[in-house]
Design a protein around this ligand. Structure first.
Ligand code: FMN
Ligand code: ADP
Length: 313
């Protein structure tokens, strides 16, 4: 477990008296960044650390067991990493059990915020809900905090031209292949992490070997060819990524295939992190091996020259 992830029953004394934000923080988007900045300011004023309490798995996985759980934008370790980069001292993952979810809002506040963390301050968004059946809202939180002399800061939601910045909106955009729009809302470009496994060994014959990623624990973008970036051995490579089947070879299995532009070497078994920046085109069936090869060459040129721009946050 990375050092930023700390279990609630293992909180060291130096983390007590912290400023706390509670939530899923999936994706770690621009709205989360605004809230975390406020949290860090609170922590500074109270001379304590800034801590995020999150849920593993997300409560919806327990509350709606019949609905197939959509993979997260960020697995817990990535979420913790991004939050740490924003200045959070530790992330406390609460094991989401039916018992945890059956606690009333008051019990949850008493047990977690007051007794275990001895929080001095809290920051939450206006939609924050807590306790059994999501009964607790920001009004109740305000009352509980006041009674315990915990400073509470309700941070206004961040919006853009499409509405409120939210993990749900980002998830929908990613599933639809609209990575540029999704990335505008994220703190860092969307990342897939996986382990390179052998494929059909066709890529090298095409002149474009592709590292096939397995064990990906986050939401897959909709099928398509994407421009991306890979950090490998402290060097950055542009990448051309194919997410989807290989219809040219009548292969239906969905694969995530990453061609690292300008790299040669062996990647089997290695863990690879790949940022997915923008969609270049849909996956197509080509009439011949050569037609596919020609198109991939065009894709690679486009992906190589794609400049990812971030809005100032
Ligand atoms: C940039 C890029 C674009 C691709 N586009 C398509 C496509 O449109 N249709 C298709 O059938 N396969 C496409 N592929 C996938 C190739 O068919 C696949 O990489 C090749 O069959 C190698 O498979 P392997 O890694 O299992 O050996 C693309 C691959 C790359 C890298
Ligand atoms: N530029 C590159 N991009 C991706 N993989 C590469 C590259 N150069 C070499 N490789 C290696 O080649 C493998 C992919 O070759 P490929 O013929 O597509 O085989 P496979 O079907 O097993 O993926 C990768 O897993 C990696 O080990």
């Amino acid at each position: 477990m990375p050092p930023t992830l700390i279990e609630l029953h293992e909180i060291p004394p130096e983390l007590l008296g912290c400023a706390v934000a509670i939530g899923n923080f999936d994706g770690v988007h621009r709205g989360h960044t605004v809230l975390i900045r406020q949290l860090i300011e609170l922590a500074r004023r109270h001379s304590g650390p800034a801590i995020v309490v999150t849920f593993d798995p997300p409560p919806s996985a327990i509350l709606l067991p019949d609905r197939p759980a959509s993979p997260p934008l960020t697995p817990l370790s990535r979420r913790a990493e991004l939050l740490q980069e924003l200045g959070v001292a530790a992330v406390v993952p609460l094991k989401t059990t039916p018992q945890l979810l059956s606690l009333s809002a008051e019990e949850f506040f008493e047990q977690t915020i007051r007794s275990k963390l001895k929080a001095s301050a809290m920051a939450e968004g206006p939609n924050f809900r807590f306790g059994h059946n999501r009964k607790g809202d920001t009004n109740l939180l305000q009352e509980l905090c006041q009674a315990s002399q915990i400073e509470l800061c309700i941070v206004a939601a961040t919006s853009d031209s499409g509405g409120m910045v939210s993990s749900t909106r980002i998830r929908e955009l990613i599933a639809a292949g609209e990575l540029s729009a999704a990335n505008q809302m994220l703190t860092q470009p969307y990342q897939l992490q996986g382990v390179v496994q052998p494929g059909a060994q066709r890529g090298r014959e095409l002149g474009f070997p592709t590292a096939n990623l397995a064990e990906i624990k986050s939401l897959l973008p909709g099928h398509g060819v994407y421009a991306g970036r890979v950090q490998l051995h402290s060097k950055e490579f542009r990448a051309a990524i194919n997410i989807g089947p290989n219809p040219t070879f009548a292969e239906d299995r969905v694969k995530v295939e990453v061609h690292l532009i300008g790299f040669s070497g062996e990647l089997y078994g290695q863990e690879l992190r790949c940022q997915v920046l923008t969609k270049v085109r849909d996956v197509q069936r080509f009439d011949s091996f050569d037609a596919l090869k020609q198109q991939i060459a065009i894709d690679v040129t486009r992906c190589e020259s794609f400049e990812h721009s971030t809005t100032s946050q």
